[in-house]
Design a protein around this ligand. Sequence first.
Ligand SMILES: NC(=O)c1ccc[n+]([C@@H]2O[C@H](COP(=O)([O-])OP(=O)(O)OC[C@H]3O[C@@H](n4cnc5c(N)ncnc54)[C@H](OP(=O)(O)O)[C@@H]3O)[C@@H](O)[C@H]2O)c1
Length: 268
Amino acid sequence: MADLDKPVPRDQEVLVKIHAASVNYGNLVLLKGKPYLARFAYGLLKPKHTVPGGDIAGQVEAVGKDVTQFRPGDNVYGDLSGCGWSGFAEYVSVPEKALTIKPANLTFKEAAAVPMAGVTALQALRNKGNIQAGQNVLIYGASGGVGTFAVQIAKSFGAEVTGLCSTRNLDILRTIGADPCHRLYKGGFRQKDREVCLILAVNGYQPISAYKRALKSNGTYVLSGGSGAQFTQAMVMGPWISFTGNKKMSSTAAEAKSGRPDLHERTY
Ligand SMILES: NC(=O)c1ccc[n+]([C@@H]2O[C@H](COP(=O)([O-])OP(=O)(O)OC[C@H]3O[C@@H](n4cnc5c(N)ncnc54)[C@H](OP(=O)(O)O)[C@@H]3O)[C@@H](O)[C@H]2O)c1
């Protein structure tokens, strides 16, 4: 913990008094500098950003002279991972393009939980997975940050959703409307989950061949998180499998800046 000077907003910046911030895996990566590959983005020998904190919700306290979209008193939320982090502080000064007006029906705490995980889930299912009503969708790693959003978003598209997690969290999945499935099933897939239209791999590890087998013809697999090996396989082998067969295997990483319209409008 340290005392820092209160930031002063530049011309295009908004000074936000932070009411709530959420903790995502990305904060841990920033803090530990691991996996090492992340140091290219976050600082090779020491952290480029000394105050972590990506997702925030708060109130605008002051605005720079070129700011057009916000006024003092506005309640806002957003993902600061693309513009210097710093959400784990009392105040942050950020470019206005990082923020969106907070929906009135969300508390600050609820709003701060949405940006990174919610946008990751939405973009993975809608942009990469091209999710359609009536499809059966398997969310692998469904009970955590990204997964619980993914289950609910997939349901809102009219999909039939199976969520996979450990037994202790099966009730979470029932509460949010997924058909729960626990990890004890061999390979993570039950027989009835082997004819799936769309798989979102949120976490864990399965060889890409297992996901491919579980997909029906013309099915789509999208990876948004999980082990390094899972990522490497999706990035290296995914394009080749997609090119040579009738199943699409891809990976995705939501970008803070592309998420803003998704937080702003009800586009799904
Ligand atoms: N949170 C974000 O904003 C965000 C954004 C982009 C990418 N990601 C990436 O997405 C991944 C998950 O993040 P998260 O925030 O959703 O994490 P989280 O809240 O910790 O949730 C992890 C989920 O994965 C399940 N899980 C744990 N070990 C597993 C295994 N061996 N096999 C299958 N499932 C397993 C957990 O289920 P049980 O606990 O029930 O076992 C839980 O459903 C991470 O790799 C992260 O880097 C996260």
